[in-house]
Write a protein that binds this ligand. Structure first.
Ligand code: FCB
Length: 459
C-alpha cells in the first residue's frame, strides 16, 4: 500500500476573499492580533494551479484542502455553481499532478447566515451541513477517495464557546455541549452521504473510499512533575480533549460534558454502537502543561475562567516555536499509541511548526517522522502524513505572523519560495519511494537537494 505523503491547507487560510463566512466579519471587528484581516490571504483562489505544481515538485502524492461552505452556499439555500466548479477544477488539477485529494468539509469557518442562526448550536445545523455535503458529493465526489468531514471539532467548540478565540467568542459551557452534539450529528450524516457515492472516476476510482475526521491532540502533562492535582488534571484533559471525539465516532460513549461541572449534551442516538469513521486523523503539534492554582510566575500561563486551573505551553528553558509551543516529538508516538486501541487506520492529518527562519522545522519534521516510523515498525496502522502547511497562511487569531509553510509567501507580491525544509521533505519523500517512513532512511539529513526544487520558486 502506498504511504500518503502530503501537505495540508484550509480554504479560509489561503484562498482570500471569503467574505461570506463568520470569520470575515469577526476580523473586521478587530479581533485578530495586530488588526489583521484575512483579505486576499495567499491569493490561492487565483494561483491554485501554481500551488499544486509546488506541491507536486516536492514529490507529494496527496494534498489535503478544505471546501469553503460559505462560497458554495453564500445565502441559505442558494448554491453557487461557479464555486463548485472551482473546487472541481482543483480536484482535477490534483489528478493531473498525481496528488490524491483529501477533502475537508468543515475547517472552522461557517457561512455568516448560519452563524446568525447560532452556528452549530442551531437545531437544524446538522441537516444544513448534510445539504452542503450532498451538493459537494454530487458535484465532485466521484473524484475524491479521501474525506475529512470535520477539522478539529474539539478546537472549534473550545474556540467558539469556552476560550474566546473563534467567533462568536462567547463563554457558555451549555452551548459548547450542544454544538458538540450537533457537530457529531453533522459528521454522521456526512459519513453516510459520502458512502452513498456510487460512481467513482479518475485515477483513484478503485481506491477504497475512506471517510474520517481530524482530531486535534495534545500531549497534556502536569507542569510540576509530582504535583498530585496537576497529574490528575493532565489525565483528565487527555481523556476529554483527546478521546471524546474518537470515542464518539467509534460508537462508544459521547463525552461532551462533565456531569456536575459542564452540562451533559443529549446523546446522539445514531452515533451509538456504530463506527462512523474509516480512519481517525491526528493533528498533533505539541504538548501543553496543566497548572493548578495561581501560577503568576509562568510566562505564558492562561487561566480558565472561574477555575484555579490553567495551561501553559512550555517549561522554563525549553526550545519553543515562534508561537511558544514546545518541541515534543515523543508526543506524536504517544498519540498514535493512544488511538491504536481503537484498531482503526490512523492518518497524521496535520503536523508542523511556526518557524519563520526555518531553523527548527528540519529537525521537527525529521524527529516527528521518526516517531511515526517507530510506531509503524511496532505494528500501528498509520497510513499517511500531511505536513501543515504547504504555504505560509492566515493563522486565525494570530494573523499572518506565524509562518507554518514549507513554502514562504511574500504577502506583497504573493511570490512563493521553498524553504530549506521543503527541500528536506522532498528528499525524504524521494528516499522512501512511496513506502512508509523508516528510521534508517530518516537519520541523515545532509543529502543532496533534488534537482529542480532549488529553482522551483514561483511568483
Ligand atoms: C490547527 C488548525 C490549522 C492550523 C494549525 C496551526 O489546529 O487545524 O488550521 O491553524 O493548527
Amino acid at each position: 500500500m502506498t504511504f500518503l505523503w502530503g501537505a495540508a491547507t484550509s480554504s479560509h487560510q489561503i484562498e482570500g476573499g471569503n467574505r461570506h463566512n463568520d470569520w470575515w466579519q469577526w476580523e473586521a471587528s478587530g479581533n485578530i492580533e495586530g488588526g489583521a484581516l484575512s483579505g486576499d490571504a495567499t491569493d490561492h483562489w487565483h494561483r491554485f494551479e501554481e500551488d499544486l505544481k509546488l506541491a507536486a515538485d516536492l514529490g507529494l502524492n496527496t494534498y489535503r484542502f478544505s471546501i469553503e461552505w460559505s462560497r458554495v452556499e453564500p445565502k441559505e439555500g442558494q448554491w453557487d455553481k461557479s464555486a463548485l466548479d472551482w473546487y472541481l477544477a482543483l480536484v482535477l488539477e490534483c489528478e493531473k499532478r498525481g496528488l490524491q485529494p483529501m477533502v475537508t468539509l468543515l475547517h472552522f469557518t461557517i457561512p455568516q447566515w448560519l452563524a446568525e442562526k447560532g452556528g452549530f448550536t442551531w437545531e437544524h445545523s446538522a441537516e444544513k451541513f448534510a445539504g452542503f455535503t450532498r451538493k459537494v458529493a454530487q458535484h465532485l465526489g466521484a473524484h475524491v477517495p479521501l474525506w475529512c468531514t470535520l477539522n478539529e471539532p474539539n478546537v472549534m467548540v473550545l474556540g467558539q464557546y469556552l476560550a474566546g478565540f473563534m467567533p462568536p467568542a462567547v463563554y457558555n459551557p451549555k452551548l459548547a455541549a450542544v454544538a458538540s452534539r450537533n457537530l457529531l450529528l453533522a459528521h454522521i450524516r456526512a459519513y453516510d452521504i459520502l458512502h452513498e457515492i456510487k460512481e467513482r472516476r479518475g485515477p483513484w476510482a478503485s481506491t477504497p473510499l475512506m471517510v474520517g475526521f481530524a482530531n486535534n491532540m495534545i500531549d497534556f502533562a502536569p507542569l510540576r512533575r509530582a504535583h498530585p492535582a496537576e497529574s490528575i488534571l493532565a489525565r483528565l484533559f487527555r481523556r476529554f480533549y483527546n478521546s471524546a471525539w474518537p470515542d464518539a465516532v467509534m460508537g462508544r460513549r459521547q463525552h461532551f460534558g462533565v456531569r456536575g461541572l459542564v452540562p451533559f449534551a443529549r446523546q446522539v442516538g445514531e452515533g451509538r454502537g456504530r463506527r462512523t469513521c474509516d480512519f481517525i486523523g491526528i493533528n498533533y503539534y505539541t504538548r501543553v502543561y496543566v497548572c493548578f492554582g495561581p501560577q503568576q510566575r509562568v510566562v505564558n500561563f492562561a487561566r480558565f475562567r472561574s477555575l484555579p486551573v490553567g495551561v501553559c505551553f512550555s517549561r522554563e528553558g525549553e526550545r519553543v516555536s515562534d508561537l511558544g509551543w514546545v518541541l515534543h516529538p515523543r508526543g506524536m508516538g504517544r498519540m498514535i499509541r493512544y488511538l491504536g486501541r481503537h484498531k482503526v487506520p490512523l492518518i497524521i492529518t496535520e503536523n508542523g511548526i511556526a518557524d519563520h527562519r526555518d531553523q527548527l522545522r528540519p529537525e521537527y519534521l525529521q524527529t516527528h517522522l521518526m516517531e511515526i516510523a517507530d510506531m509503524i515498525a511496532k505494528g500501528y496502522d498509520v497510513r499517511g502524513y500531511y505536513h501543515w502547511s504547504l504555504l505560509d497562511n492566515f493563522e486565525w487569531i494570530k494573523g499572518f505572523v506565524p509562518r507554518f509553510g514549507l513554502y514562504e509567501v511574500d504577502y506583497g507580491s504573493f511570490a512563493r519560495t521553498p524553504r530549506g525544509s521543503a527541500q528536506q521533505y522532498a528528499q525524504i519523500i524521494a528516499r522512501h519511494g512511496g513506502g512508509p517512513p523508516l528510521r534508517e532512511k530518516l537519520s541523515s539529513l545532509n543529502d543532496r537537494v533534488p534537482a529542480g526544487l532549488a529553482t522551483a520558486s514561483a511568483s
